[in-house]
Write a protein of this length. Sequence first.
Length: 187
Amino acid sequence: MEKKPQQTDNSPNEPEKIVPSANEVTLSHGERLALTMKPLIPKLKAIDGLTVNGDVLAVIKFPTAEGCENPPLVGIVDYGEFDINNAPPTNIDMSRGRPIPYMGRATSRYGLSILGQVGEEQTRGVALTSDVTQLGRDTYAGSMLGFDQANNRYDAISREHLVITRTEAGLILEDMSSNGTSIQIPG
């Protein structure tokens, strides 16, 4: 079933709302959403506010475990076309005006990056190098984002929560969870 976005009342005072004017779509098990590939957060704003060196196409808001306030937020990032021999850094620290040294460089046009966090969690990311990427507690991508940690914050994330499929037209997200997934997309 294809899901259509609905405008939500996103108060800027809510910490989980990275983009107050975004549409938010909630997917249930088996529902799919095709991204428009229009940036939700343009590259310069993403670098300045989130240290992410690319356009953020959507923000995935995973469900939170009981008693946890802030949901895990993951940005789907478009680093743009690049020559693999001159790949861009995945994150830039604007206070220093240079790449974050331990993050590395993009290995694929699209990637996932933890958003709205501080410290070590802020710099977690994974490239979308295959046509199909599974994201959850028991997946490689989930492990790279820290979802496999012994931390009850991630308990509401299913073992195989979300599937991201790359197509010629862009990216398709499909919820495989029992808890649902909210996704902020351009308004």
